[in-house]
Write a protein that binds this ligand. Structure first.
Ligand SMILES: *Cc1c(COP(=O)(O)O)cnc(C)c1O
Length: 471
């Protein structure tokens, strides 16, 4: 072990060699040192842990190559644009909703210029940042008042903290949701200081279950959207109207976490009918929360709608300051909400809705276009065909709900499909696909028309990168 450790080059030796290379002339010395140390240390740890280390991997040229690769990687921006070939429209890992060009212009302006973020232009005095979208939210949904926080998890938290800290909140057992990535209703509730009271059975909850659970300690009744699962078969849930009546009888607020929250009816595109935000507000629910970047198609945000008295209390909660949205969110959200005023052009303008509503024939045309280009330029290197697939809405919105779509299925010649997938993922604009039955699938529903040439070039590049690294 000692003799292996001694063969690791010295930091200075590596620095000197790199210093002589033109390519890294202008790279900060701090960064180079940092990487050299990390690379050498990783090998030292490997040896100390008794892992197998090849003799050739302890030579200076080998270390230099690793250091080069790492330098190139670290110099490129780590936050990258990618091409989404997964067919999952609201993909939380890939940035959820994407914004239209005119909205991007608002963000551009919000970032590069001063704004009236918290300045009332009619009085010349301090204003409220929420006021800029509150009016619009109320106009579109029929709510009395509105507030926007950082995301829907924050929205649920602050609503419970404000209305039910130290008190009990009654929830149906069938609605104790866990959203991927550590959002669980029972945990959020515990943190807010509210005590969870579960009622009913997993598949059936009746009004009498809520009624029997009411005590002096009850602070609110909560409904949660089963965003990413379904309970099917012998089931029964209490309607909003019944719950609202019960809440009124006992002077208790009824809260609904809608999760995705949608302002339009998407059943015309073959999706299951879900109550719209407007319908939920009209049903008399006192507070409604939903995400800005799921079906609404906007930036990350948590939208809270409800009665004026309740929203006012939430606004006054000191935690609100810790959850407040920034100017980019505000600019993006206002711009997206304004599209909802015109239902005629809404579906063309908001990308999330546009991807949901694109007819399969159009996705098919896109797939055919890509196939023609791939066959023309990469004949012999891969085989491809158009296949029927199902796209998903995603984002914990509409589970099990699929949209008929088309994918290009690719089988590379002479190499495994896994290597092609990894090589596409390593591109400067990575192309993210999935593998099914030993074929690479690229769903065209989530790929824009103007991305087709990028995808084509990406395949060419990815294949050539594999060829050179094989030998
Ligand atoms: C997605 C979701 C959340 C969390 O919303 P974020 O905007 O991701 O914070 C909370 N509740 C439900 C029911 C959801 O679907």
């Amino acid at each position: 072990m000692q003799s292996l450790l001694r063969r690791i080059p010295k930091v200075d030796e590596c620095l000197l060699a790199i210093h002589q290379e033109q390519e890294f002339e202008n790279v900060s010395l701090g960064l180079v040192k940092n990487i050299v140390r990390a690379v050498l240390e990783a090998t030292r740890q490997k040896i100390l842990q008794g892992q197998q280390v090849q003799a050739e991997s302890l030579t200076l040229p080998f270390f230099l190559e690793t250091i080069h690769k790492e330098l190139i990687r670290r110099q490129a921006p780590q936050f990258k644009r990618i091409i989404n070939g997964t067919g999952v429209i609201i993909h939380t890992n890939l940035g959820r909703s994407i914004l239209p060009e005119s909205t991007m212009q608002m963000l551009h302006q919000a970032g590069g210029r001063y704004s009236n973020l918290e300045f009332n232009l009619s009085t010349g005095k301090r204003g409220s940042r929420y006021a800029l979208v509150e009016e619009l939210l109320c106009e579109l949904t029929g709510a009395e008042a509105a507030l926007v926080v950082n995301n829907n998890a924050a929205a649920v938290f602050i609503v419970l903290e404000t209305l039910a800290q130290g008190r009990e909140v009654i929830v149906s057992r069938g609605q104790l949701v866990e959203i991927g990535g550590s959002f669980r209703i029972p945990d959020v509730m515990a943190r807010s200081g509210a005590r969870l009271v579960e009622v009913g059975a997993t598949n059936r909850t009746h009004l009498k279950d809520y009624r029997q659970a009411l005590t002096e300690e009850t602070g609110a009744l909560l409904k949660v959207h089963c965003s990413n699962y379904r309970i099917i078969g012998f089931t029964s849930m209490v309607s909003n109207e019944e719950l609202v009546t019960l809440g009124r009888e006992h002077g208790l607020p009824v809260v609904e976490d809608l999760g995705s929250g949608c302002l339009v009816d998407l059943s015309q595109f073959g999706l299951e009918k879900e109550p719209t935000v407007q319908e939920v507000v009209a049903s008399g629910i006192d507070v409604v929360t939903f995400s800005g970047d799921k079906l609404l198609g906007g930036p990350q945000a948590g939208i809270i709608l409800g009665r004026k008295t309740i929203i006012e209390r939430i606004k006054q909660n000191p935690i609100n300051r810790a959850m407040r949205i920034d100017k980019f969110t505000l600019a993006g959200l206002e711009s997206i909400l304004r599209f909802y005023r015109d239902p005629e052009t809404l579906y063309e303008n908001v990308p999330t809705l546009s991807m949901i509503s694109t007819p399969v024939e159009m996705v098919n045309k896109r797939a055919q276009r890509l196939i023609r280009r791939l066959r023309k330029n990469l004949a012999g290197q891969l085989e491809c065909k158009v296949v029927d697939v199902m796209s998903r809405v995603g984002g914990g919105a509409m589970p099990e709900q699929n949209l008929a779509s088309r994918a290009v299925a690719v089988v590379p010649a002479g190499i495994g499909v896994n290597r092609l997938e990894a090589s596409l993922r390593a591109l400067s604009i990575p192309i993210i696909c999935r593998i099914e039955d030993d074929q690479l699938l690229l769903d065209l529903r989530t790929v824009a028309d103007d991305e087709i040439p990028l995808v084509e070039n990406g395949f060419t590049q990815a294949l050539s990168n594999i060829d050179t690294s094989v030998n």
